[in-house]
Design a protein around this ligand. Sequence first.
Ligand code: BGC
Length: 736
Amino acid sequence: MIKSMSVALEKNRGKDLWATLQKMSLRDKIGQLRQVDGSGGRSDASLLEAIRHGRVGSVINVVDPDLVNELQEIALHESPAGVPLVFARDVIHGFKTIFPIPLGQAATWDTDLAREAAHLAALEAYAVGIRWTFAPMIDVSRDPRWGRIAESFGEDPLLNALFGRAMIDGFQGNDLSAEGSIAACAKHFVGYGDSEAGIDYGSTNVSEFELRNVHLEPFRAAVAAGVASVMSSLSDVDGIPATAHRDLIRGVLRDEWGFAGLVVSDWDSVKQLSVHGITSDDKESAYQAAEARIDVEMTSDTYENHLADLVSSGQIGIEAVDSMAMSVLKFKKNLGLFDRPYTPKNYKSGISEAEIKDCARRQASESFILLKNSDSVLPLNQKKLSSICLVGPMADQDREQLGTWVFDGDPARSETPLKAFQDLLQPDCEVLFEKGLATTRSSCAELADFAVEKAQHADAVVAIIGEEAILSGEAHCRANIDLPGEQVELIRRLKATGKTIIVVILSGRPLTIGDLLPHADAVLFALHPGTMTGPAICDLLFGHKAPSGKLPFTLPKSVGQVPIYYSKKNGGRPATHDSIMSIDDIPAGAEQTSFGMTAFHLDDGFEPLFPFGFGLSYTEFTYSDLHILSNELSRGGELHVSVCVRNTGLQDAFEVVQLYTRDRVGSVTRPVKELKAFNRVLVRSGEAQTMRFSLSREDLSFYRRCREYGVEAGEFDLWVGGSSQADLHVTFEIDA
Ligand code: BGC
């Protein structure tokens, strides 16, 4: 039972936090810096003891509200300082109801919806006592082999920055202390998405300019958005593990950007400093992490075991411990924990499960990217179908469609494609179903035989294939990013029946699907879309909505092209269509030559399978009248641009209008294109919309050779269109 407010809490309540801190012993302060894993629950006697003695400041992985309150009770009433605990959990893309994985959310290019989804996830998590999530992950990710690309918003710094901001706003709301708000955490600071060979926990070797202009940008935006916490990365950045990176954490994050929130390590990443080989023991690891100002050590115990000694020996000043503990106290105060430490019993957010599922369905349906639609086979005409055959190892997998990082996701809430087809179409249309393969990794000719046999009796065949959830996410990287198992062979056999074959891919990462394309009449690509995958697929296949998703990454032809991204540098010998050759064009015994040669692969050219920003619709959009309305950039004002987008097809549809620029000459080489703005807009059939964009000097500034941010005078290109291969073009200038 929850007692009335404790004496200690009364003392802390509303008072100056410095006064609270002054009364705390060194051990109490160090306790605040320790986050423990609470998954052992009540039976973990050492957890309860540690809380009782003030040796714990936060707990990760407790999701039972009664236990949350029991532990809180011990912290408030029995620990020496009576400071409330804060409970943390990875709420990455939903809590019980699962939204698309972050990479899928980025494919919507709809940041408002991402904000709404994060807010609803926060409400579900708040109900069980969670006040701190470790999201958003805003690591710019350009390697689809990396399993955690699933958790990112893709390859572009602006997409990561804007989606990161939307999620932060959604989780934290306007008032972090309000009921239903939880603290966000921008992670992993920094460069984690650039680990060598796309292997999780690998090293990151990235130049200062690339670090500043690409990887740090989303974090700068997150700090500006008021993110409550930042997590250090598990990886090393140019030889210095991020968790000990004083220059980045104290230098850039704290001093340069003025971040006043809390910095947490990643799981065991302080202890792992010695595994990296940058320290020789735990004591030195504690020293280096504290020197870098990691406020909270997640799960390992080097602070607990060594910080007091480091203070008494004078290696770490007490003011350092005070500043770290103060970060924790402020964090808790901002969350309102000193005033309302307990989780309300039977908390009701006022939002029903149906409303949350509705948002999950909208976001899922916006996330599908239409890559192919030969002869406009899609949308299917529901009224003309008397039977449809659903095939594939992902067609009825309530768990797999949720994707990675869904510890609390409830598969029982999932609406699978099979269920959605049956609900929508029966009894007017017969829904046949055959898996074809037991899992996405299987090879079983017998099951495929059954599927081919059934397909022959249907008017249309829809194959739902892809990757199981466990093939992406943390520590789940792949060297080969083809569709696993014999899925392509299954589709080839289905196509041989002569039926119309619609393929829906549910994946955790970009896949190399060039060998699949010829065997499919239509291809819809999605990144594990979550609880409402089935209804979202029906919305699109039967034309209740037109697909509007756009690739938040470049889809490579082969894994050998990786890393391939649209905003590359030009180099001195950029590839063009007439400067490349194929491996087959080289005669046997040819002499070495590089005259006239450019930057490409002999066996894959220089272009991807599909470019960043690409996605078809059921309608056609034409772009025209791209104008610069006014250019005040030289006077510190803005550049105003307008463009006309016309829907020349028959269906009302959303289009993601994208604006790219190129800075032709810079003091350091500049990307050939950079996304600067976008807008998702509804254009009705036969109508046109005039879209307006404004760019400021800040939008065009970058980290320059002089080691300062700024815009450099000169000529710029500007394109607007429906993908990164937009060809409507104008130029503009900025004077010195
Ligand atoms: C991951 C973090 C995560 C943490 C807590 C680590 O292994 O790298 O992203 O927040 O675990 O679950």
